[in-house]
Design a protein around this ligand. Structure first.
Ligand SMILES: NC(=O)c1ccc[n+]([C@@H]2O[C@H](COP(=O)([O-])OP(=O)(O)OC[C@H]3O[C@@H](n4cnc5c(N)ncnc54)[C@H](O)[C@@H]3O)[C@@H](O)[C@H]2O)c1
Length: 308
């Protein structure tokens, strides 16, 4: 199997590593000077995680090649995963060239976190082929891929995307409607708004807030999401009882949530406190990735296990 990664930045490198670790021949197309060196450095960084996940990394680098000409890069490909910059005119250019040169059976997937497939597909002769496959960063670790069909995406394209991501050990979730930010980033934005409010108001520090989350909601939500948690929180009466009993208080609290602004004063405060996490970014990221993998293994959601 052959995949073309268009855009070898943060997301492209991660996809490339995961796909190559699943035995796929990966061709990377990216016009940036020195892209091969940048990608190899990125792969060096993520390789320990792939090893920890139990994915085969022997010969992985040999399965990744570079092709500066997009038309050539998609010739004979089976899957195109586009990870170019978040600019609509650029995505239009990329996808027009892809459509004109890729085989008829190739899957057309875009990692976009902000542009609906409907808007990207306006330049395509066959808009039914394009579907959003939005990963949660980094794609080689976090299981979720939001599969978001555009208004004209075919069911076959959606199914092809779902099967492909499952074969990589990912957890694809198909959204029924295009909505700005999709689901995971909307949730993240909603929660982070209140996080900023609580820190800006001096209720807790960033470190305390993170501890509140990692020792409560984070642990709970890794196992049961917000709805199942409240269904169980309602006791034998389940969610209906929970809504009747605690719903009014919850709704009242919605009216008490903060609406902070990321102005200069707030950004300075947040940046100053971030310096207190201890350790360099690389050290903190390594510790985080290692713990993330241990958690996924415990839950059986690591890509190496779910792909079996
Ligand atoms: N970073 C994230 O957390 C994240 C998460 C999910 C989805 N996404 C989405 O993934 C996509 C890529 O984001 P990123 O964070 O990897 O960006 P990035 O800036 O790290 O990488 C973009 C890459 O695209 C390359 N590029 C520029 N023009 C190109 C062209 N014409 N053809 C091919 N490549 C080109 C750049 O050289 C760069 O290497 C975006 O659509 C973004 O919304 C990002």
């Amino acid at each position: 199997m052959r995949a073309t990664i268009v855009g070898g930045g943060v997301i492209g490198v991660s996809w490339a590593g995961l796909m190559a670790a699943h035995g796929i021949d990966v061709v990377i197309n990216d016009p940036a000077p020195g892209i091969a060196e940048t990608v190899r450095a990125g792969l060096d960084e993520l390789m320990p995680s792939l090893v920890e996940l139990g994915l085969p990394t022997d010969g992985l680098l040999d399965r990744i090649s570079f092709e500066a000409d997009l038309a050539t890069a998609v010739t004979g490909t089976d899957v195109v995963q586009e990870n170019g910059p978040e600019r609509l005119e650029l995505k239009h250019q990329i996808w027009s060239t892809v459509e004109a040169n890729a085989p008829a059976h190739a899957l057309f997937l875009t990692s976009t976190s902000g542009t609906p497939a409907t808007d990207i597909a306006t330049v395509l002769k066959s808009p039914d082929r394009l579907v959003v496959g939005h990963p949660f960063n980094p794609p080689h670790l976090i299981p979720l891929v939001e599969v978001v069909p555009g208004e004209r995406t075919s069911e076959a394209a959606v199914q092809g995307a779902v099967e492909f991501y499952r074969s990589l050990g990912k957890k694809p979730i198909v959204l029924a409607k295009e909505v700005p930010g999709f689901v995971a980033n909307r949730l993240q934005a909603a929660i982070f708004r209140e996080c900023v409010h609580l820190v800006a108001e001096g209720v807790v520090t960033e470190q305390q807030l993170d501890e509140v989350v990692t020792s409560s909601l984070g642990q709970r939500w890794a196992i049961s999401g917000p709805f199942l948690s409240f269904h169980l929180g309602g006791g034998p009466g389940g969610l209906p009882h929970f809504l009747e009993h605690l719903g009014p208080g919850l709704e009242k609290r919605w009216g008490q949530l903060g609406t902070p602004h990321l102005d200069e004063q707030t950004n300075t405060l947040l940046s100053e406190q971030a310096a207190d996490f201890g350790g360099s970014i690389a050290e903190l990221a390594k510790a985080r990735d290692s713990a993330q993998i241990a958690l996924m293994k415990a839950l059986g959601t690591a890509p190496s296990e779910t792909a079996r």
